[in-house]
Design a protein around this ligand. Structure first.
Ligand code: NAG
Ligand code: NAG
Ligand code: NAG
Ligand code: NAG
Length: 438
């Protein structure tokens, strides 16, 4: 007998099994209690002691290791693991897209503008002939500059909405929209036009609506009549500096979260009115170009005026170098779910939203108002829209207008209030009363 050994004395289990039946029950219970306490302690430690951004970062690195790799066949039979967030991969996607657009003759030239010396109107785009730092037209320089200025933001980015969309059904077309209390009547006009002009014509569409702070009655009506899935926007998950609704950071984040779940994603502001399409030209247009935004004839608003200086500095662009460019509007946007758009354009757009120095830097929250009677660079800021414009200008310069579409697919009606839900409510009541009376 080796009773003196550590094993024999230290491990009491064999002896317990020989004990009375009461002790036999107590010992495993104590063990289970110990394990549970241990698990509880670890959880408490994670929640209260380890900072949440540490958890986010370790989740991020786990995420990028496990899922953001694509296995490519190198041809020699060896597997090459490619990180779909890496700069090399993104650079390649840019050149692939550029070549494809060129070969298919989908690039267009931006109309000539007069010089700012000749231009009489104060707030329309014009060439700044005094600008000594022109926008580079070198493709290598353009993509490298975008990748390096946004590298950190892209690498550390974690979209707080990702979990909300993880299990959604994949559909051909997805329409996303959002509204707060004060745009609720305007957005009903958008929903009505969607019900009347799009839903009857096309199948395989999903419609998601973000509640950005509706009243209980509004939310009730929306759920009753919108024919959409309503999602409560999780403001509490947004990092402090960019959680303000007037930062518009939520728009890129919503698009970024939903794009992987659809072939075509359409963003529609409350002011959008879908017109009745003859056919599916809109969808074909998006599938050709990858991304479409509005470049309306109504306004000729210069990107250089309507973008804050901090954002210009962030992207290393001089305002005078883009003085001739008109803003692409972000009230109606269409995206194709393909690598260049998803992994480079939308990823960078969303990364900028979450970077406190990019989309909504300090001091920009009082820059919503643009005075169209003065000619001045960086006099106001358009947040999500400014970001999208700088990204596309950096990559395509004069050819950025290739990504705009005519407004035949939609109209913009600002402050156009439509009492669609009350109308449906009354109809419903009438029907109910009738059936009651019968
Ligand atoms: C790109 O834009 C430039 C400047 O407007 C123009 O000269 C060029 O033809 C455009 N490229 C194509 C392929 O249309
Ligand atoms: C970009 O750089 C690559 C090598 O890094 C070179 O082969 C290519 O010609 C360059 N393209 C342009 C447009 O300068
Ligand atoms: C809907 O569209 C998706 C993506 O194009 C496709 O995979 C799916 O089969 C479609 N479903 C129906 C019911 O047509
Ligand atoms: C239907 O009946 C309810 C009471 O049951 C009434 O309040 C409502 O006004 C009626 N609606 C219409 C449209 O007649």
């Amino acid at each position: 007998m080796n009773r003196g050994s550590i094993a024999g004395r230290g491990l009491c289990y064999p002896r317990i099994w020989q004990c009375s039946s009461r002790k036999r029950i107590i010992a495993p219970m104590l063990l289970a209690l110990c394990i549970l306490t241990f698990i509880f302690c670890i959880k408490a430690l994670r929640t209260f002691i380890i900072p949440t951004d540490y958890i986010a970062r370790s989740r991020m690195s786990f995420h990028s290791k496990m899922t953001l790799k694509k296995v490519l066949d190198s041809g020699a039979g060896n597997e090459v693991h490619e990180d779909i967030k890496s700069d090399d991969y993104l650079r390649r996607q840019y050149f692939i897209k550029y070549t494809e657009l060129k070969q298919r003759q989908l690039l267009t030239a931006y109309p000539e503008k007069s010089s700012c010396l000749e231009e009489k109107s104060p707030a329309v785009p014009c060439y700044d002939t005094t600008c000594t730092t022109p926008l580079s037209r070198d493709q290598n320089y353009s993509i490298n500059s975008l990748l390096s200025t946004t590298h950190h933001a892209r690498m550390t980015m974690l979209n707080p909405l990702q979990d909300l969309t993880a299990n959604l059904k994949y559909t051909h077309v997805t329409i996303v929209a959002a509204s707060s209390q004060n745009h609720f009547l305007e957005v009903q006009g958008m929903i009505k036009s969607l019900h009347e002009n799009i839903f009857p014509k096309f199948k395989n569409i999903s419609f998601y609506f973000y509640d950005m702070g509706l009243t209980r009655h509004q939310l009730f009506q929306l759920q009753e009549y919108c024919r959409c899935k309503v999602i409560n926007f999780p403001f509490h998950l947004m990092p402090g500096a960019v959680s303000n609704i007037r930062c518009f950071t939520w728009k890129p984040l919503i698009v970024h979260a939903h794009l992987p779940k659809t072939d075509i994603l359409i963003w529609a502001d409350a002011s959008v009115r879908f017109t009745s399409p003859e056919n599916d030209d809109l969808f074909n247009d998006v599938m050709n170009k990858g991304l479409l935004g509005g470049l309306p004839d109504r306004f000729f608003r210069p990107v250089a005026h309507n973008t804050a200086l901090q954002m210009f500095q962030y992207f290393q662009i001089e305002p005078c170098s883009v003085a001739q460019f008109q803003e692409v509007e972000a009230n109606f946007l269409a995206f194709q779910n393909q690598p260049f758009i998803r992994d480079l354009i939308v990823e960078t757009w969303a990364a900028c939203a979450l970077d406190p120095n990019c989309m909504c830097p300090e001091g920009t929250l009082n820059m919503h108002h643009c005075d169209y009677n003065v000619r001045k660079y960086a006099k106001c800021h358009r947040f999500d829209q400014s970001t999208m414009n700088l990204i596309m200008l950096k990559l395509f310069q004069e050819n950025y207008s290739s990504f705009s579409f005519s407004q035949k697919y939609y109209a913009i009606k600002r402050s156009n209030k439509v009492n669609y839900f009350d109308f449906l409510d009354e109809k419903e009541n009438l029907r109910a009363n009738k059936s009651k009376n019968v």
